[in-house]
Design a protein around this ligand. Structure first.
Ligand code: ADP
Ligand code: TPW
Ligand code: MG
Length: 580
Protein backbone atom coordinates (compact mmCIF):
# COMPACT_ATOMS: atom_id res chain seq x y z
CA UNK A 1 0.00 0.00 0.00
CA UNK A 2 1.26 3.51 -0.81
CA UNK A 3 2.36 5.40 2.26
CA UNK A 4 1.76 8.92 1.01
CA UNK A 5 -0.08 10.50 -1.85
CA UNK A 6 3.25 11.38 -3.53
CA UNK A 7 4.04 7.68 -3.93
CA UNK A 8 1.27 7.27 -6.46
CA UNK A 9 1.82 8.13 -10.12
CA UNK A 10 -1.25 9.73 -11.57
CA UNK A 11 -1.87 9.00 -15.25
CA UNK A 12 -3.24 11.59 -17.66
CA UNK A 13 -6.68 10.11 -17.10
CA UNK A 14 -6.31 10.92 -13.45
CA UNK A 15 -5.89 7.27 -12.42
CA UNK A 16 -2.89 5.87 -10.49
CA UNK A 17 -0.45 3.98 -12.74
CA UNK A 18 -0.73 0.28 -12.05
CA UNK A 19 1.30 -2.86 -12.52
CA UNK A 20 0.49 -6.53 -11.95
CA UNK A 21 1.99 -9.81 -10.83
CA UNK A 22 3.10 -10.74 -14.35
CA UNK A 23 5.12 -7.57 -14.76
CA UNK A 24 6.57 -7.63 -11.27
CA UNK A 25 7.92 -11.15 -11.80
CA UNK A 26 9.53 -10.05 -15.06
CA UNK A 27 10.87 -6.83 -13.55
CA UNK A 28 12.31 -8.77 -10.59
CA UNK A 29 14.08 -11.23 -12.89
CA UNK A 30 15.42 -8.48 -15.15
CA UNK A 31 16.61 -6.43 -12.19
CA UNK A 32 18.69 -9.45 -11.18
CA UNK A 33 20.25 -9.94 -14.57
CA UNK A 34 18.14 -12.82 -15.89
CA UNK A 35 18.47 -12.80 -19.68
CA UNK A 36 17.06 -16.20 -20.63
CA UNK A 37 14.12 -18.34 -19.54
CA UNK A 38 13.81 -22.00 -20.55
CA UNK A 39 10.11 -22.76 -20.76
CA UNK A 40 7.10 -24.75 -21.92
CA UNK A 41 3.96 -22.56 -22.16
CA UNK A 42 0.43 -23.22 -20.87
CA UNK A 43 -2.04 -22.07 -18.20
CA UNK A 44 -1.22 -20.07 -16.09
CA UNK A 45 2.17 -18.98 -17.41
CA UNK A 46 1.64 -18.57 -21.18
CA UNK A 47 1.35 -14.82 -20.87
CA UNK A 48 4.26 -14.62 -18.48
CA UNK A 49 6.42 -16.09 -21.25
CA UNK A 50 4.96 -13.76 -23.86
CA UNK A 51 5.40 -10.69 -21.68
CA UNK A 52 8.94 -11.71 -20.74
CA UNK A 53 9.79 -11.99 -24.43
CA UNK A 54 8.18 -8.59 -25.04
CA UNK A 55 10.31 -7.19 -22.22
CA UNK A 56 13.52 -8.35 -23.89
CA UNK A 57 14.20 -11.61 -22.04
CA UNK A 58 15.10 -14.49 -24.37
CA UNK A 59 12.36 -17.07 -23.81
CA UNK A 60 13.28 -20.44 -25.28
CA UNK A 61 10.35 -22.81 -25.62
CA UNK A 62 10.97 -26.55 -25.45
CA UNK A 63 8.88 -29.58 -26.33
CA UNK A 64 9.15 -31.11 -22.83
CA UNK A 65 9.79 -29.48 -19.45
CA UNK A 66 12.46 -31.99 -18.51
CA UNK A 67 14.68 -30.72 -21.30
CA UNK A 68 13.88 -27.11 -20.41
CA UNK A 69 14.88 -27.92 -16.84
CA UNK A 70 18.13 -29.59 -17.81
CA UNK A 71 18.87 -26.60 -20.02
CA UNK A 72 18.33 -24.21 -17.11
CA UNK A 73 20.50 -26.30 -14.81
CA UNK A 74 23.46 -26.41 -17.15
CA UNK A 75 23.07 -22.70 -17.88
CA UNK A 76 23.56 -22.34 -14.13
CA UNK A 77 26.70 -24.46 -14.21
CA UNK A 78 28.14 -22.52 -17.13
CA UNK A 79 27.38 -19.02 -15.86
CA UNK A 80 27.38 -19.25 -12.03
CA UNK A 81 23.94 -17.61 -12.17
CA UNK A 82 20.75 -19.55 -11.54
CA UNK A 83 19.25 -20.91 -14.76
CA UNK A 84 15.51 -20.28 -14.94
CA UNK A 85 13.00 -22.92 -15.99
CA UNK A 86 9.33 -21.95 -16.30
CA UNK A 87 6.52 -24.53 -16.36
CA UNK A 88 2.77 -24.92 -15.96
CA UNK A 89 1.21 -26.55 -12.91
CA UNK A 90 1.07 -30.23 -11.86
CA UNK A 91 2.22 -32.24 -14.93
CA UNK A 92 4.53 -29.51 -16.25
CA UNK A 93 5.90 -28.97 -12.76
CA UNK A 94 6.52 -32.71 -12.31
CA UNK A 95 8.26 -32.91 -15.68
CA UNK A 96 10.56 -30.11 -14.59
CA UNK A 97 11.11 -31.59 -11.15
CA UNK A 98 13.48 -34.32 -12.33
CA UNK A 99 15.81 -31.65 -13.63
CA UNK A 100 15.49 -29.66 -10.40
CA UNK A 101 16.40 -32.68 -8.29
CA UNK A 102 19.25 -33.49 -10.66
CA UNK A 103 20.52 -29.90 -10.41
CA UNK A 104 20.52 -30.13 -6.62
CA UNK A 105 22.36 -33.44 -6.71
CA UNK A 106 25.00 -31.98 -9.03
CA UNK A 107 25.28 -28.63 -7.21
CA UNK A 108 24.07 -26.63 -10.22
CA UNK A 109 22.17 -23.43 -9.43
CA UNK A 110 18.72 -23.28 -11.01
CA UNK A 111 15.25 -22.00 -10.22
CA UNK A 112 12.17 -23.90 -11.30
CA UNK A 113 9.28 -21.45 -11.48
CA UNK A 114 5.94 -23.16 -11.84
CA UNK A 115 2.48 -21.71 -12.02
CA UNK A 116 0.09 -23.38 -9.61
CA UNK A 117 -3.62 -23.70 -9.02
CA UNK A 118 -5.81 -21.97 -6.48
CA UNK A 119 -4.54 -22.56 -2.95
CA UNK A 120 -7.96 -22.62 -1.33
CA UNK A 121 -9.13 -25.37 -3.69
CA UNK A 122 -5.86 -27.32 -3.65
CA UNK A 123 -5.73 -27.38 0.14
CA UNK A 124 -9.29 -28.62 0.43
CA UNK A 125 -8.63 -31.09 -2.40
CA UNK A 126 -11.66 -29.95 -4.29
CA UNK A 127 -10.32 -30.87 -7.69
CA UNK A 128 -8.97 -27.69 -9.27
CA UNK A 129 -7.54 -27.64 -12.79
CA UNK A 130 -4.13 -29.35 -12.47
CA UNK A 131 -4.47 -29.55 -8.73
CA UNK A 132 -1.35 -30.42 -6.80
CA UNK A 133 0.40 -29.28 -3.62
CA UNK A 134 3.54 -28.48 -5.61
CA UNK A 135 5.43 -26.72 -2.84
CA UNK A 136 5.21 -29.73 -0.53
CA UNK A 137 6.29 -32.10 -3.29
CA UNK A 138 9.24 -29.97 -4.37
CA UNK A 139 10.60 -29.37 -0.87
CA UNK A 140 12.43 -32.65 -0.23
CA UNK A 141 13.88 -32.65 -3.75
CA UNK A 142 15.60 -29.29 -3.82
CA UNK A 143 17.72 -26.95 -1.77
CA UNK A 144 14.91 -24.51 -0.96
CA UNK A 145 11.29 -23.94 -1.95
CA UNK A 146 9.23 -20.76 -1.72
CA UNK A 147 5.73 -19.63 -2.59
CA UNK A 148 4.61 -16.06 -3.20
CA UNK A 149 0.98 -15.24 -2.44
CA UNK A 150 1.01 -11.45 -2.68
CA UNK A 151 2.29 -9.35 -5.55
CA UNK A 152 4.02 -7.09 -3.04
CA UNK A 153 6.23 -10.06 -2.05
CA UNK A 154 7.39 -10.98 -5.54
CA UNK A 155 10.62 -9.00 -5.19
CA UNK A 156 11.56 -10.73 -1.97
CA UNK A 157 10.49 -14.14 -3.29
CA UNK A 158 12.68 -13.88 -6.38
CA UNK A 159 15.59 -12.53 -4.35
CA UNK A 160 15.38 -15.39 -1.86
CA UNK A 161 15.26 -17.92 -4.69
CA UNK A 162 18.37 -16.46 -6.32
CA UNK A 163 20.37 -16.35 -3.11
CA UNK A 164 19.38 -19.86 -2.14
CA UNK A 165 20.39 -21.21 -5.55
CA UNK A 166 23.89 -19.72 -5.79
CA UNK A 167 25.18 -19.11 -2.26
CA UNK A 168 27.10 -21.79 -0.40
CA UNK A 169 26.76 -25.13 -2.17
CA UNK A 170 24.72 -24.29 -5.27
CA UNK A 171 21.53 -26.17 -6.00
CA UNK A 172 17.98 -26.22 -7.28
CA UNK A 173 15.28 -23.91 -5.90
CA UNK A 174 11.56 -24.12 -6.45
CA UNK A 175 9.46 -20.97 -6.73
CA UNK A 176 5.70 -21.51 -6.65
CA UNK A 177 3.62 -18.79 -8.27
CA UNK A 178 -0.15 -19.33 -8.02
CA UNK A 179 -2.27 -18.24 -11.00
CA UNK A 180 -4.04 -15.62 -8.92
CA UNK A 181 -0.76 -13.85 -8.18
CA UNK A 182 -0.18 -12.88 -11.80
CA UNK A 183 -3.45 -10.96 -12.02
CA UNK A 184 -2.99 -9.05 -8.77
CA UNK A 185 -2.81 -5.35 -9.47
CA UNK A 186 -0.73 -2.92 -7.43
CA UNK A 187 0.36 0.65 -7.76
CA UNK A 188 3.32 0.74 -10.13
CA UNK A 189 5.55 2.88 -7.96
CA UNK A 190 4.94 0.77 -4.89
CA UNK A 191 5.52 -2.35 -6.94
CA UNK A 192 8.83 -1.03 -8.26
CA UNK A 193 9.93 -0.22 -4.73
CA UNK A 194 9.16 -3.74 -3.58
CA UNK A 195 11.73 -5.26 -5.93
CA UNK A 196 15.02 -6.47 -4.48
CA UNK A 197 18.36 -6.46 -6.27
CA UNK A 198 20.45 -9.23 -4.81
CA UNK A 199 23.82 -7.79 -3.84
CA UNK A 200 26.73 -10.25 -3.81
CA UNK A 201 24.56 -13.36 -4.26
CA UNK A 202 27.43 -15.84 -3.75
CA UNK A 203 29.73 -14.17 -1.24
CA UNK A 204 33.35 -15.28 -1.07
CA UNK A 205 33.88 -17.72 1.78
CA UNK A 206 37.42 -17.42 3.03
CA UNK A 207 39.11 -20.42 4.61
CA UNK A 208 40.51 -20.06 8.12
CA UNK A 209 44.29 -19.57 8.11
CA UNK A 210 44.80 -22.49 10.50
CA UNK A 211 42.96 -24.72 8.03
CA UNK A 212 45.16 -23.49 5.18
CA UNK A 213 48.29 -24.21 7.20
CA UNK A 214 47.03 -27.68 8.10
CA UNK A 215 46.36 -28.45 4.46
CA UNK A 216 49.81 -27.23 3.42
CA UNK A 217 51.46 -29.29 6.14
CA UNK A 218 49.71 -32.43 4.94
CA UNK A 219 50.64 -31.68 1.32
CA UNK A 220 54.27 -31.07 2.31
CA UNK A 221 54.42 -34.42 4.09
CA UNK A 222 53.46 -36.26 0.87
CA UNK A 223 55.76 -38.54 -1.09
CA UNK A 224 53.14 -39.40 -3.69
CA UNK A 225 50.63 -36.54 -3.81
CA UNK A 226 47.63 -36.29 -6.12
CA UNK A 227 45.10 -33.52 -6.77
CA UNK A 228 41.59 -34.50 -7.91
CA UNK A 229 39.65 -31.76 -9.67
CA UNK A 230 35.86 -32.10 -9.64
CA UNK A 231 33.06 -30.25 -11.36
CA UNK A 232 32.88 -27.89 -8.37
CA UNK A 233 36.33 -26.68 -9.43
CA UNK A 234 35.08 -26.15 -12.97
CA UNK A 235 31.98 -24.35 -11.69
CA UNK A 236 34.01 -22.02 -9.46
CA UNK A 237 35.64 -20.27 -12.46
CA UNK A 238 38.91 -19.99 -10.56
CA UNK A 239 40.81 -21.31 -13.57
CA UNK A 240 43.98 -19.23 -13.18
CA UNK A 241 44.36 -19.96 -9.47
CA UNK A 242 43.85 -23.69 -10.06
CA UNK A 243 46.41 -23.74 -12.84
CA UNK A 244 48.86 -21.86 -10.60
CA UNK A 245 48.35 -24.37 -7.79
CA UNK A 246 48.92 -27.36 -10.07
CA UNK A 247 51.93 -25.94 -11.85
CA UNK A 248 53.61 -24.34 -8.82
CA UNK A 249 53.17 -27.49 -6.74
CA UNK A 250 54.15 -29.90 -9.53
CA UNK A 251 51.55 -32.38 -8.22
CA UNK A 252 49.89 -34.72 -10.75
CA UNK A 253 46.18 -34.03 -11.21
CA UNK A 254 43.22 -36.20 -12.08
CA UNK A 255 40.15 -34.48 -13.55
CA UNK A 256 36.68 -35.86 -12.86
CA UNK A 257 34.50 -36.04 -15.94
CA UNK A 258 33.17 -32.49 -16.06
CA UNK A 259 36.46 -31.04 -14.79
CA UNK A 260 38.26 -32.29 -17.88
CA UNK A 261 39.80 -29.37 -19.71
CA UNK A 262 40.17 -27.22 -16.59
CA UNK A 263 43.79 -27.81 -17.49
CA UNK A 264 44.26 -29.55 -20.84
CA UNK A 265 44.08 -33.36 -20.74
CA UNK A 266 47.40 -33.19 -22.61
CA UNK A 267 49.06 -31.22 -19.78
CA UNK A 268 52.28 -32.95 -18.65
CA UNK A 269 50.90 -33.26 -15.10
CA UNK A 270 47.55 -34.77 -16.15
CA UNK A 271 47.24 -38.27 -14.71
CA UNK A 272 43.94 -39.07 -16.44
CA UNK A 273 45.49 -41.93 -18.39
CA UNK A 274 47.06 -43.32 -15.20
CA UNK A 275 43.89 -43.16 -13.11
CA UNK A 276 44.03 -46.60 -11.51
CA UNK A 277 47.66 -46.20 -10.55
CA UNK A 278 47.38 -42.77 -8.93
CA UNK A 279 44.26 -43.66 -6.96
CA UNK A 280 45.86 -46.80 -5.64
CA UNK A 281 49.34 -45.50 -4.89
CA UNK A 282 49.02 -41.85 -3.89
CA UNK A 283 49.70 -41.18 -0.21
CA UNK A 284 48.08 -37.75 -0.02
CA UNK A 285 45.03 -36.86 -2.08
CA UNK A 286 43.63 -33.37 -2.29
CA UNK A 287 40.04 -33.09 -3.51
CA UNK A 288 39.10 -29.78 -5.09
CA UNK A 289 35.32 -29.53 -5.61
CA UNK A 290 34.91 -33.30 -5.91
CA UNK A 291 32.97 -35.55 -3.55
CA UNK A 292 34.09 -38.98 -2.42
CA UNK A 293 30.87 -40.54 -3.73
CA UNK A 294 30.41 -43.66 -5.87
CA UNK A 295 32.34 -42.07 -8.72
CA UNK A 296 35.45 -42.25 -6.52
CA UNK A 297 34.51 -45.56 -4.91
CA UNK A 298 33.74 -43.67 -1.66
CA UNK A 299 37.46 -43.18 -1.00
CA UNK A 300 37.97 -46.80 0.03
CA UNK A 301 38.17 -50.37 -1.21
CA UNK A 302 40.41 -51.96 -3.82
CA UNK A 303 40.54 -48.82 -5.98
CA UNK A 304 42.31 -46.98 -3.18
CA UNK A 305 44.94 -49.57 -2.28
CA UNK A 306 45.77 -50.50 1.30
CA UNK A 307 43.10 -49.44 3.82
CA UNK A 308 43.96 -46.11 5.49
CA UNK A 309 47.07 -45.84 3.37
CA UNK A 310 46.42 -42.23 2.48
CA UNK A 311 45.54 -38.86 3.88
CA UNK A 312 42.89 -36.64 2.36
CA UNK A 313 42.79 -32.88 2.03
CA UNK A 314 39.42 -31.59 0.84
CA UNK A 315 38.40 -28.19 -0.45
CA UNK A 316 34.65 -27.68 -0.44
CA UNK A 317 32.20 -24.91 0.30
CA UNK A 318 29.94 -27.33 2.17
CA UNK A 319 31.34 -28.12 5.63
CA UNK A 320 29.16 -31.23 5.99
CA UNK A 321 30.83 -32.80 2.99
CA UNK A 322 33.90 -33.47 5.16
CA UNK A 323 34.23 -37.03 6.53
CA UNK A 324 31.18 -38.08 4.48
CA UNK A 325 32.93 -41.33 3.52
CA UNK A 326 36.40 -41.36 5.06
CA UNK A 327 38.35 -39.21 7.49
CA UNK A 328 39.51 -35.91 6.03
CA UNK A 329 42.87 -35.04 7.57
CA UNK A 330 42.77 -31.44 6.41
CA UNK A 331 39.32 -30.01 5.67
CA UNK A 332 39.51 -26.69 3.87
CA UNK A 333 36.08 -25.12 3.91
CA UNK A 334 35.48 -22.13 1.70
CA UNK A 335 35.00 -21.17 -1.91
CA UNK A 336 37.47 -22.74 -4.27
CA UNK A 337 38.86 -19.46 -5.59
CA UNK A 338 39.70 -18.24 -2.08
CA UNK A 339 40.98 -21.62 -0.84
CA UNK A 340 43.19 -22.32 -3.85
CA UNK A 341 44.62 -18.78 -3.84
CA UNK A 342 45.46 -19.16 -0.15
CA UNK A 343 47.27 -22.42 -0.89
CA UNK A 344 49.19 -20.87 -3.79
CA UNK A 345 50.32 -18.04 -1.50
CA UNK A 346 51.27 -20.59 1.13
CA UNK A 347 53.41 -22.62 -1.26
CA UNK A 348 55.76 -19.62 -1.35
CA UNK A 349 59.46 -20.35 -1.11
CA UNK A 350 59.46 -23.38 1.18
CA UNK A 351 57.83 -25.78 -1.26
CA UNK A 352 59.69 -28.61 -2.87
CA UNK A 353 58.10 -30.49 -5.77
CA UNK A 354 57.00 -34.13 -5.34
CA UNK A 355 59.78 -36.77 -5.47
CA UNK A 356 60.95 -37.45 -9.04
CA UNK A 357 60.32 -41.16 -8.62
CA UNK A 358 56.57 -40.61 -8.18
CA UNK A 359 56.36 -38.30 -11.18
CA UNK A 360 58.29 -40.80 -13.32
CA UNK A 361 56.07 -43.68 -12.24
CA UNK A 362 52.92 -41.72 -13.12
CA UNK A 363 54.32 -40.52 -16.44
CA UNK A 364 55.48 -43.99 -17.46
CA UNK A 365 52.03 -45.46 -16.79
CA UNK A 366 50.37 -42.63 -18.65
CA UNK A 367 52.52 -43.04 -21.74
CA UNK A 368 52.02 -46.81 -21.67
CA UNK A 369 48.23 -46.50 -21.56
CA UNK A 370 48.13 -43.81 -24.23
CA UNK A 371 50.29 -45.93 -26.52
CA UNK A 372 48.06 -48.94 -25.91
CA UNK A 373 44.95 -47.07 -26.95
CA UNK A 374 46.40 -45.26 -29.99
CA UNK A 375 46.01 -47.98 -32.65
CA UNK A 376 42.39 -48.67 -31.68
CA UNK A 377 41.52 -45.02 -32.36
CA UNK A 378 42.78 -45.25 -35.93
CA UNK A 379 40.62 -48.19 -36.98
CA UNK A 380 38.67 -47.17 -40.08
CA UNK A 381 36.12 -49.98 -40.27
CA UNK A 382 32.46 -50.21 -41.36
CA UNK A 383 30.42 -50.64 -39.28
CA UNK A 384 32.49 -48.65 -36.83
CA UNK A 385 33.42 -49.79 -33.36
CA UNK A 386 33.32 -47.30 -30.49
CA UNK A 387 37.04 -46.55 -30.50
CA UNK A 388 37.25 -45.98 -34.24
CA UNK A 389 34.31 -43.56 -34.18
CA UNK A 390 35.58 -41.79 -31.06
CA UNK A 391 39.05 -41.46 -32.57
CA UNK A 392 37.46 -39.34 -35.31
CA UNK A 393 35.64 -37.13 -32.80
CA UNK A 394 38.79 -36.79 -30.70
CA UNK A 395 40.52 -35.30 -33.75
CA UNK A 396 37.65 -32.86 -34.30
CA UNK A 397 37.78 -31.54 -30.71
CA UNK A 398 41.57 -31.24 -30.90
CA UNK A 399 41.15 -28.93 -33.88
CA UNK A 400 38.20 -27.09 -32.31
CA UNK A 401 39.03 -26.88 -28.60
CA UNK A 402 36.46 -24.19 -27.93
CA UNK A 403 33.55 -26.41 -28.98
CA UNK A 404 31.36 -27.77 -26.18
CA UNK A 405 31.00 -31.52 -25.87
CA UNK A 406 27.77 -32.94 -24.47
CA UNK A 407 27.90 -36.66 -23.75
CA UNK A 408 25.47 -39.34 -22.56
CA UNK A 409 24.91 -43.06 -22.98
CA UNK A 410 26.70 -46.06 -21.43
CA UNK A 411 29.55 -47.21 -23.69
CA UNK A 412 29.15 -43.99 -25.66
CA UNK A 413 29.70 -42.06 -22.43
CA UNK A 414 32.39 -44.07 -20.69
CA UNK A 415 34.55 -44.54 -23.75
CA UNK A 416 34.17 -40.95 -25.00
CA UNK A 417 35.25 -39.69 -21.59
CA UNK A 418 38.50 -41.61 -21.88
CA UNK A 419 39.16 -41.02 -25.57
CA UNK A 420 38.22 -37.39 -26.24
CA UNK A 421 40.78 -35.00 -24.76
CA UNK A 422 39.46 -31.66 -23.56
CA UNK A 423 41.52 -28.50 -23.66
CA UNK A 424 39.46 -25.74 -22.07
CA UNK A 425 37.42 -25.36 -18.86
CA UNK A 426 33.67 -26.15 -18.79
CA UNK A 427 33.61 -27.65 -22.27
CA UNK A 428 32.54 -31.14 -21.23
CA UNK A 429 28.94 -31.53 -20.02
CA UNK A 430 27.59 -34.94 -19.20
CA UNK A 431 25.32 -37.17 -17.12
CA UNK A 432 26.88 -36.03 -13.83
CA UNK A 433 26.46 -37.50 -10.37
CA UNK A 434 23.36 -39.56 -11.11
CA UNK A 435 24.45 -40.83 -14.51
CA UNK A 436 21.09 -39.63 -15.76
CA UNK A 437 19.95 -40.22 -19.33
CA UNK A 438 18.02 -37.38 -20.97
CA UNK A 439 20.25 -34.37 -20.41
CA UNK A 440 21.50 -34.40 -24.00
CA UNK A 441 19.42 -31.99 -26.02
CA UNK A 442 18.63 -29.68 -23.08
CA UNK A 443 22.32 -29.33 -22.25
CA UNK A 444 23.23 -28.86 -25.92
CA UNK A 445 20.62 -26.14 -26.42
CA UNK A 446 21.62 -24.20 -23.32
CA UNK A 447 25.32 -24.57 -24.09
CA UNK A 448 24.80 -23.05 -27.53
CA UNK A 449 22.61 -20.27 -26.18
CA UNK A 450 24.73 -19.35 -23.17
CA UNK A 451 28.13 -19.49 -24.85
CA UNK A 452 27.52 -18.95 -28.57
CA UNK A 453 30.05 -21.73 -29.23
CA UNK A 454 29.51 -24.75 -31.47
CA UNK A 455 28.18 -27.82 -29.63
CA UNK A 456 28.91 -31.46 -30.35
CA UNK A 457 26.47 -33.82 -28.62
CA UNK A 458 27.74 -37.41 -28.56
CA UNK A 459 24.75 -39.58 -27.74
CA UNK A 460 24.06 -43.26 -27.28
CA UNK A 461 21.00 -44.21 -29.35
CA UNK A 462 19.08 -44.97 -26.16
CA UNK A 463 20.28 -41.82 -24.41
CA UNK A 464 19.26 -39.69 -27.38
CA UNK A 465 15.73 -41.06 -27.26
CA UNK A 466 15.08 -39.44 -23.88
CA UNK A 467 15.20 -35.92 -25.33
CA UNK A 468 15.27 -36.52 -29.09
CA UNK A 469 12.18 -34.45 -29.90
CA UNK A 470 14.15 -31.35 -28.94
CA UNK A 471 15.92 -31.53 -32.31
CA UNK A 472 12.90 -29.50 -33.44
CA UNK A 473 13.84 -26.90 -30.82
CA UNK A 474 17.43 -26.91 -32.11
CA UNK A 475 16.16 -26.32 -35.67
CA UNK A 476 13.60 -23.71 -34.60
CA UNK A 477 16.24 -21.59 -32.88
CA UNK A 478 18.81 -22.42 -35.59
CA UNK A 479 21.41 -23.42 -33.02
CA UNK A 480 24.94 -24.54 -33.97
CA UNK A 481 24.43 -28.02 -32.54
CA UNK A 482 25.76 -31.19 -34.16
CA UNK A 483 24.26 -34.35 -32.66
CA UNK A 484 26.05 -37.62 -33.27
CA UNK A 485 23.94 -40.67 -32.41
CA UNK A 486 26.09 -43.71 -31.75
CA UNK A 487 23.65 -46.18 -33.21
CA UNK A 488 24.45 -49.70 -32.01
CA UNK A 489 20.79 -50.78 -32.21
CA UNK A 490 20.20 -50.65 -28.48
CA UNK A 491 21.05 -50.18 -24.85
CA UNK A 492 24.69 -51.29 -24.35
CA UNK A 493 24.47 -53.59 -27.39
CA UNK A 494 22.04 -54.36 -30.17
CA UNK A 495 22.40 -58.12 -30.28
CA UNK A 496 20.37 -59.37 -27.29
CA UNK A 497 17.56 -61.81 -28.05
CA UNK A 498 14.32 -62.54 -26.24
CA UNK A 499 15.19 -65.55 -24.02
CA UNK A 500 11.85 -67.26 -24.73
CA UNK A 501 11.81 -66.56 -28.46
CA UNK A 502 8.42 -65.21 -29.57
CA UNK A 503 7.77 -62.04 -31.50
CA UNK A 504 8.76 -59.48 -28.87
CA UNK A 505 12.35 -58.27 -29.13
CA UNK A 506 14.78 -58.39 -26.17
CA UNK A 507 14.32 -55.64 -23.57
CA UNK A 508 17.48 -53.82 -24.53
CA UNK A 509 17.28 -53.62 -28.34
CA UNK A 510 15.72 -51.15 -30.75
CA UNK A 511 14.62 -51.28 -34.38
CA UNK A 512 17.65 -52.50 -36.28
CA UNK A 513 19.29 -50.19 -38.77
CA UNK A 514 17.31 -47.13 -37.63
CA UNK A 515 18.09 -43.86 -39.39
CA UNK A 516 18.09 -41.18 -36.70
CA UNK A 517 19.39 -38.69 -39.28
CA UNK A 518 15.93 -38.65 -40.88
CA UNK A 519 14.45 -37.17 -37.69
CA UNK A 520 16.15 -33.81 -38.06
CA UNK A 521 15.36 -33.60 -41.76
CA UNK A 522 11.68 -33.38 -40.79
CA UNK A 523 12.47 -29.97 -39.28
CA UNK A 524 14.79 -28.62 -41.96
CA UNK A 525 18.06 -29.68 -40.32
CA UNK A 526 20.89 -31.57 -41.99
CA UNK A 527 20.85 -35.36 -41.62
CA UNK A 528 23.86 -37.54 -42.42
CA UNK A 529 24.31 -41.30 -42.27
CA UNK A 530 27.97 -42.03 -41.46
CA UNK A 531 29.34 -45.55 -41.78
CA UNK A 532 33.09 -44.95 -41.35
CA UNK A 533 35.20 -42.75 -39.04
CA UNK A 534 36.32 -40.72 -42.06
CA UNK A 535 32.73 -40.01 -43.06
CA UNK A 536 31.89 -39.16 -39.46
CA UNK A 537 34.78 -36.73 -39.13
CA UNK A 538 33.94 -35.06 -42.45
CA UNK A 539 30.29 -34.67 -41.48
CA UNK A 540 31.05 -33.19 -38.04
CA UNK A 541 33.54 -30.73 -39.50
CA UNK A 542 31.02 -29.68 -42.15
CA UNK A 543 28.36 -29.18 -39.47
CA UNK A 544 30.70 -27.07 -37.37
CA UNK A 545 31.83 -25.00 -40.35
CA UNK A 546 28.25 -24.30 -41.41
CA UNK A 547 26.80 -23.91 -37.90
CA UNK A 548 23.65 -25.63 -39.20
CA UNK A 549 21.66 -27.96 -36.95
CA UNK A 550 22.88 -31.42 -37.90
CA UNK A 551 22.20 -34.98 -36.80
CA UNK A 552 24.63 -37.70 -37.80
CA UNK A 553 23.57 -41.32 -37.51
CA UNK A 554 26.87 -43.05 -36.73
CA UNK A 555 26.52 -46.74 -37.57
CA UNK A 556 28.22 -48.69 -34.78
CA UNK A 557 28.71 -52.45 -34.74
CA UNK A 558 25.78 -53.70 -32.59
CA UNK A 559 28.07 -56.27 -30.97
CA UNK A 560 30.79 -53.87 -29.86
CA UNK A 561 29.46 -52.45 -26.57
CA UNK A 562 29.60 -54.01 -23.12
CA UNK A 563 26.86 -54.33 -20.52
CA UNK A 564 26.42 -51.02 -18.60
CA UNK A 565 29.55 -49.59 -20.25
CA UNK A 566 32.26 -49.33 -17.59
CA UNK A 567 30.02 -49.78 -14.55
CA UNK A 568 28.76 -53.33 -15.10
CA UNK A 569 30.09 -54.14 -11.63
CA UNK A 570 27.17 -52.15 -10.17
CA UNK A 571 24.59 -54.53 -11.68
CA UNK A 572 23.08 -56.68 -8.88
CA UNK A 573 23.56 -59.66 -11.22
CA UNK A 574 27.34 -59.24 -11.06
CA UNK A 575 27.22 -59.55 -7.24
CA UNK A 576 25.21 -62.77 -7.62
CA UNK A 577 27.77 -64.13 -10.06
CA UNK A 578 30.62 -63.26 -7.69
CA UNK A 579 28.92 -65.20 -4.86
CA UNK A 580 28.35 -68.25 -7.08
P1 ADP B 1 32.50 -34.54 -9.38
O1 ADP B 1 31.24 -35.29 -9.75
O2 ADP B 1 33.12 -33.85 -10.52
O3 ADP B 1 33.43 -35.38 -8.58
P2 ADP B 1 30.91 -33.38 -7.30
O4 ADP B 1 29.64 -32.89 -7.91
O5 ADP B 1 30.87 -34.69 -6.61
O6 ADP B 1 32.05 -33.34 -8.42
O7 ADP B 1 31.45 -32.33 -6.26
C1 ADP B 1 31.35 -30.96 -6.45
C2 ADP B 1 31.62 -30.32 -5.09
O8 ADP B 1 32.03 -28.97 -5.32
C3 ADP B 1 30.42 -30.27 -4.16
O9 ADP B 1 30.73 -30.92 -2.96
C4 ADP B 1 30.17 -28.77 -3.95
O10 ADP B 1 29.80 -28.46 -2.64
C5 ADP B 1 31.51 -28.19 -4.28
N1 ADP B 1 31.47 -26.81 -4.79
C6 ADP B 1 30.69 -26.31 -5.76
N2 ADP B 1 30.98 -25.03 -5.98
C7 ADP B 1 31.96 -24.69 -5.13
C8 ADP B 1 32.71 -23.50 -4.88
N3 ADP B 1 32.49 -22.39 -5.56
N4 ADP B 1 33.65 -23.54 -3.92
C9 ADP B 1 33.88 -24.68 -3.21
N5 ADP B 1 33.23 -25.83 -3.42
C10 ADP B 1 32.28 -25.84 -4.36
C1 TPW C 1 16.74 -41.49 -16.59
C2 TPW C 1 19.65 -46.44 -17.22
C3 TPW C 1 21.96 -46.14 -18.22
S1 TPW C 1 22.75 -46.02 -19.69
C4 TPW C 1 21.34 -46.27 -20.59
C5 TPW C 1 20.26 -46.44 -19.73
C6 TPW C 1 18.86 -46.67 -20.23
C7 TPW C 1 21.35 -46.28 -22.08
C8 TPW C 1 22.57 -46.95 -22.67
O1 TPW C 1 22.39 -47.14 -24.04
P1 TPW C 1 22.94 -46.14 -25.10
O2 TPW C 1 24.49 -46.29 -24.93
O3 TPW C 1 22.60 -44.74 -24.73
O4 TPW C 1 22.47 -46.57 -26.42
P2 TPW C 1 25.46 -47.49 -25.46
O5 TPW C 1 26.52 -46.79 -26.21
O6 TPW C 1 26.00 -48.24 -24.30
O7 TPW C 1 24.64 -48.38 -26.35
N1 TPW C 1 16.86 -43.89 -17.13
C9 TPW C 1 17.49 -42.78 -16.73
N2 TPW C 1 18.81 -42.77 -16.48
C10 TPW C 1 19.51 -43.94 -16.58
N3 TPW C 1 20.80 -43.89 -16.28
C11 TPW C 1 18.88 -45.12 -17.04
C12 TPW C 1 17.53 -45.04 -17.29
C13 TPW C 1 20.62 -46.35 -18.37
MG1 MG D 1 23.30 -47.83 -27.80
Amino acid sequence: MPETAQDIDITTAGQPELTDGFHLVIDALKLNGVTTIYNVPGIPITDLGRMAQAAGIRVVSFRHEQSAGYAASIAGFLTKKPGICLTVSAPGFLNGLTALANATTNCFPMILISGSSEREIVDLQQGDYEEMDQLAIAKPLCKAAFRVLHAADIGVGVARAIRAAVSGRPGGVYLDLPAKLFAQVVDAKVGARSLVKVIDPAPAQLPASAAVKRALDVLKSAKRPLIILGKGAAYAQADDAIRALIEKSGIPFLPMSMAKGLLPDTHPQCAGAARSLVLKDADVVMLVGARLNWLLSHGKGKTWGEPRSKKFVQIDIEPREMDSNVEIAAPLVGDIGSCVSALVDGLGGGWSPPPAEWIQTVNAKREENIAKMAPRLMKNSAPMDFHGALGALRAVIKERPDAILVNEGANTLDLARGVIDMYQPRKRLDVGTWGVMGIGMGFAIAAAIETGKPVLAVEGDSAFGFSGMEVETICRYRLPVCVVVFNNDGIYRGVDVNPVGGSDPATTVFVKGSRYDKLIEAFGGVGVNATTPDELKGAVNAAMDSGKPTLINAVIDPASGSESGRIGNLNPQSALKKKA
